[in-house]
Design a protein. Structure first.
Length: 326
């Protein structure tokens, strides 16, 4: 069984979701050595202590992170905030146990010393905040996966999907392999979007980033982005205010066609739209939403563009109405 599976088994046990077969595997691992039992007790204690903390919600976390997002000098406050966020949520305690504890508590266990490098693999169906062994912070978008290796000479991640990286600065380079692009940094924050069969987009939030794709290379600074596709590698100014809406939960539109508006609303709220009148997709909307409820977003669009949203089974909405046509 891979190393990380024991962390997942422990998490299932602590949440009461462990199956009888998984319980047998966990019991066998506990019986294998006193060190394993000690490790289990330490993780259990971390879990129980987390339950005693005051509740710290997703909204609290996102609000505080937004305040710190552009302030590089506030990195220490970010670290403190992330530790609080991880302690007070059982879901995020899985990331804490599977990654942070794996690099500390488990380091003394022979079973976990077989690999010469620190490695971790993680996939998800919802947004997850990960803290890697080098203290790099990764906010992983839903339906994304990452594999990370921490060696003496380099730090290397392989990404499928989308993630925001806050890389801890040190002499060793940090690379992200995503699709046909290789991103190299020493310490900075950036977003990589690399879903299967699509171009790889890298957007820099702070610092500098080097991107290589096939035989082309570009250097990016804050506010710039690159796009690696079959056609080549391009560099441009990032003019999309919604490139990070999946974690800021902010949407901003300036005379934007309804087709694009609905696409972004679908991605953020995980719903689908069925358009009865295709002509209304060319209607344009201007407005901002800051962590708004879906119903408020739909009400605003309906009022502004003279359209209707009708909820249907299967988590989708029918869109109809006169729209902007005179």
């Amino acid at each position: 069984m891979p190393n990380m599976d024991y962390n997942i088994l422990i998490h299932k046990y602590l949440t009461g979701e462990i199956s009888s077969d998984d319980r047998k595997l966990l019991d066998a691992w506990l019986a294998a050595s006193d060190e394993n039992r000690q490790t289990f007790e330490e993780i259990k204690q971390i879990w129980e202590n987390a339950e005693e903390e005051d509740d710290f919600t997703d909204r609290d976390f996102q609000g505080e992170m937004e305040k710190l997002e552009s302030a590089v000098q506030e990195s220490a406050n970010k670290d403190k905030l992330i530790r609080q966020y991880q302690r007070t949520s059982k879901v995020r305690n899985l990331a804490l146990i599977a990654i942070v504890v794996c690099g500390s508590v488990f380091a003394a266990i022979p079973y976990f010393q077989k690999a010469p490098t620190k490695s971790v693999s993680f996939s998800n169906s919802t947004n997850n905040l990960l803290l890697l062994s080098d203290s790099t912070q990764v906010l992983l978008n839903r339906n994304s996966s990452i594999a990370f290796t921490d060696s003496e000479d380099a730090r290397a991640a392989t990404l499928s999907g989308e993630a925001m990286f806050e890389v801890e600065r040190e002499p060793r380079p940090f690379t992200v392999s995503a699709g046909n692009a290789l991103v190299t940094v020493l310490g900075t924050s950036f977003v990589v979007k690399a879903y299967r069969d699509s171009a790889v987009r890298v957007t820099v939030i702070s610092g500098k980033v080097h991107v290589r794709s096939n035989d082309r290379e570009v250097d990016l600074a804050q506010g710039e982005q690159s796009l690696a596709s079959a056609a080549g590698l391009t560099k441009s100014i990032n003019e999309d205010p919604n490139f990070n809406s999946w974690y800021t939960r902010r949407l901003e539109f300036k005379n934007t066609e309804l087709e694009k508006v609905l696409q972004l609303v679908e991605e953020l709220y995980q719903i689908s739209f069925r358009i009865n009148e295709k002509r209304i997709l060319s209607c344009r909307f201007t407005g901002k939403f800051n962590d708004a409820k879906l119903e408020d977003v739909l009400k605003t669009l309906a009022f502004s563009l003279d359209i209707d949203f009708t909820s249907q089974q299967g988590n989708y909405y029918e869109v109809s109405g006169k729209g902007c046509v005179p």
